[in-house]
Design a protein around this ligand. Structure first.
Ligand SMILES: *Cc1c(COP(=O)(O)O)cnc(C)c1O
Length: 359
């Protein structure tokens, strides 16, 4: 495919827009979706924009049995001038391909991947919400569609992009969360799929999430799968800890998801002459740093909330409160800087954003 003029079939029945003050997350979907098919031999073909609708799959489709699937998550933001911005979409395209390679799925040309998203955003442009803190969440995903029950890579796939207007994660400013340290179940191990954004990783995490909820915590803190002591991630976001004059986060050694927000946070902190270390550390180190008064801030990073400060950590019978359960200065500065760049309010000196002019 060498031109990006995708055929469009418009819906006859556009749905009414939801109340933009009560969007929540991932509850409403726009009028159209992007679809493209793959089979061995032809490669990717039949790229098109069609009305958002249920999809039809053979009950033997490989994705339904062995979870050959990858996905991404990103957002389009409306700027004050009425244009839209994507945040580092090339990183999403590349990461999707890395996930696909891990699951023996075909890669997609990164330019095509991004142009598909841009075309769909242009088509459903009036779905981008304009209230502060809101955005159009974009969910690209690829599924194995070949009908067969053997265990081998599928010969057929479909790539979809769907979109959902989402509300502000924070109703009244950044709110610190309470998190639960999971020391029973593991999210991933070295050599596993932890670095791929694939459905199976999230299905395996649901039970721990329910445990966290039962303890009144909003997220799980994941430890390494072997020794259950090294800190890896917080829920579906990356974890940062400010200890004395440095900020530590787990290294990318294959067990955690290489977050784009994580990468942006590291780059910003270093540009502010702050010390960032990507090094292994244990949950014991964190509790000890707290005891000695050296732990000043904890926060999680990801596309959904951008920066999510952590106010409390529960680990077995122990519980610590960080920074008096308030949002610390580093979290606040990062949140303001990143959301400022994403919405075009702050100059983008890193060339992170991609413009979609108002159609
Ligand atoms: C998506 C995701 C993240 C965050 O990645 P971003 O690119 O920053 O949104 C972190 N951890 C997991 C497990 C994820 O699925």
């Amino acid at each position: 495919m060498n031109n990006f003029d995708f055929p469009i079939t418009r819906t006859d029945t556009p749905v009414p827009k939801p109340d933009m003050d009560k969007l929540g997350f991932g509850q409403y979907f726009t009028d159209h979706m992007f679809v493209m098919d793959f089979d061995d031999g032809t490669g990717w073909h039949n790229a098109r924009i069609v009305p958002y609708a249920p999809i039809s799959l053979d009950p033997a489709a490989a994705v339904l049995h062995y979870s050959q699937e990858v996905f991404e998550g990103m957002k389009a933001y409306l700027t004050r001038s009425g244009d839209a911005l994507l945040f580092r979409p090339f990183e999403n395209a590349q990461r999707s391909n890395n996930s696909s390679r891990r699951l023996c799925m075909p890669v997609i040309d990164e330019r095509l991947y991004i142009e598909a998203i841009k075309a769909l955003v242009r088509e459903d442009y009036d779905w981008i919400p304009d209230r502060e803190g809101t955005a159009l969440y974009i969910r690209p995903f690829i599924i194995a569609t070949e009908a067969f029950l053997g265990v081998r890579p599928s010969k057929k796939y479909s790539f979809y992009v769907i979109m959902s207007p989402v509300g502000s994660y924070y109703e009244s400013g950044l709110m610190p969360t309470k998190i639960y340290v999971e020391d029973e179940y593991a999210r991933s191990v070295k050599g596993g799929m932890g670095a791929a954004k694939t459905g199976g990783n999230y299905a395996s995490g649901l039970l721990s999430q329910e445990k966290a909820k039962a303890k009144n915590c909003s997220q799980v803190l994941w430890l390494d799968g072997v020794e259950r002591k090294y800190v890896e991630e917080i829920g579906t976001s990356n974890a940062f800890f400010a200890i004395e004059d440095k900020i530590v986060t787990s290294p990318l050694t294959g067990t955690i998801l290489p977050g784009i927000t994580r990468d942006s946070v590291i780059e910003l902190l270093r540009s502010w002459d702050m010390r960032v270390e990507e090094d292994r550390f244990t949950i014991g180190d964190i509790f000890e740093a707290h005891e000695n008064g050296r732990l000043s801030e904890v926060f999680a990073t990801g596309t959904a909330a951008v920066i999510s400060p952590v106010g409390q950590i529960m680990w077995g019978e122990r519980s610590i409160t960080i920074n008096e359960n308030t949002t610390g200065p580093i979290s606040k500065r990062l949140y303001e800087s990143i959301t400022g760049i994403q919405t075009g309010m702050i100059a983008d000196r890193f060339s992170w954003t991609e413009l979609i002019p108002k159609p």
